[in-house]
Ligand binder design. Structure first.
Ligand code: SAH
Length: 283
């Protein structure tokens, strides 16, 4: 694969010895890597990657040492501080270091913390954004994160805090009332509590909810449910993290935009799920 992908003829930045590039790998599908990520993979001496990075991506860095620094709930994990200091050590050893993280490094990925530690230790950095699961993962499920007829804002929230508990500092009432569409990362463990908070804050039990697990990968699964039923439906379906959960009417758009099903030959279930009664482009 690596030989068959060539970068367009431009001046690509050089990953110099002693530098760390903090790079998003997107939600899973290697095709969602950026060209800057590919450029980085080609030059790295060391790639330190997270659990949510597809290992096939590492084939694009055959010259590099690959170090796993996964952190997944319940499984043995490297401590955040240890990872950050390891990056510092590798840079000081004169390595070209690529720190590869799932999605976007600055979206619920502790990329900010790692970058800060590097700068505090005098290590030069570059940040390479990636496609975040809460946007790109939903797109693969045919759910547009904004739609003119649904929402003028979207709120991204994390379903658990540093201790692994449901985040207590979140004002669920304000979120429920202030944002038509809510996208929840790391929400599976506390999905019952989160759904209840939103119901208590006045969101209707009939509100559409989409749950997308392992989005953009070969094992992607999508559940369409409602706020009132999602907890039971997730259990019956046996869905496992990683998942992004989307609460809001934009989930209905999947009825017309489930392009993966259409690619496999299915017809759209409903050409007008929001009930506009006319093609959007005629507005
Ligand atoms: N930086 C990442 C998020 C890291 S937090 C990003 O921008 O996407 C980890 C959470 O991201 C998971 O618990 C899940 O909520 C979400 N996530 C990451 N990859 C995912 C995928 N392929 N499918 C579904 N959810 C994913």
């Amino acid at each position: 694969m690596s030989d068959s992908v060539s970068l367009p003829d431009t001046d690509w930045p050089e990953l110099k010895p002693g530098w760390v590039w903090l790079c998003g790998a997107g939600p899973g599908d290697p095709g969602l890597l950026t060209l800057h990520a590919l450029n980085a993979l080609r030059q790295a001496d060391v790639v330190i990657y997270d659990a949510l990075v597809q290992e096939s991506v590492l084939d694009w860095a055959p010259q590099a040492e690959h170090i796993y620094a996964g952190k997944r709930g319940g499984k043995p994990s490297a401590k955040q501080r240890d990872i950050s200091l390891r990056l510092v050590d590798l840079a000081r050893d004169g390595k070209r270091v690529l720190r590869l993280k799932g999605g976007d490094p600055f979206v619920f990925g502790r990329g900010g913390e790692e970058a800060q530690t590097l700068v505090q230790h005098g290590v030069p950095i570059r940040i390479i954004p990636g496609i975040s699961a809460g946007i790109g993962g939903l797109a693969y499920a045919g759910i547009p994160v904004t739609h003119r007829d649904v929402n003028q804002s979207v709120t991204f929230v994390t379903g658990h805090d540093q201790s692994g508990r449901a985040p207590s500092s979140l004002d669920w009432k304000a979120i429920a009332q202030g944002s038509q569409v809510i996208v929840i990362y790391m929400g599976m463990k506390h999905i019952a509590r989160i759904a209840q908070e939103l119901l208590d804050a006045g969101r209707p039990a009939s509100e559409p909810v989409g749950v997308v697990t392992s989005a953009t990968t070969g094992t992607q699964r999508v559940l369409e449910s409602t706020l009132g039923k999602v907890v039971a439906d997730v259990e019956v379906a046996g869905l496992e993290p990683p998942a992004v959960i989307c609460v809001g009417r934009s989930v209905l758009m999947r009825q017309v935009l489930d392009w993966q099903a259409q690619e496999a030959g299915a017809r759209p279930r409903n050409l007008d799920p929001l009930g506009r009664g006319r093609p959007a482009e005629s507005a």
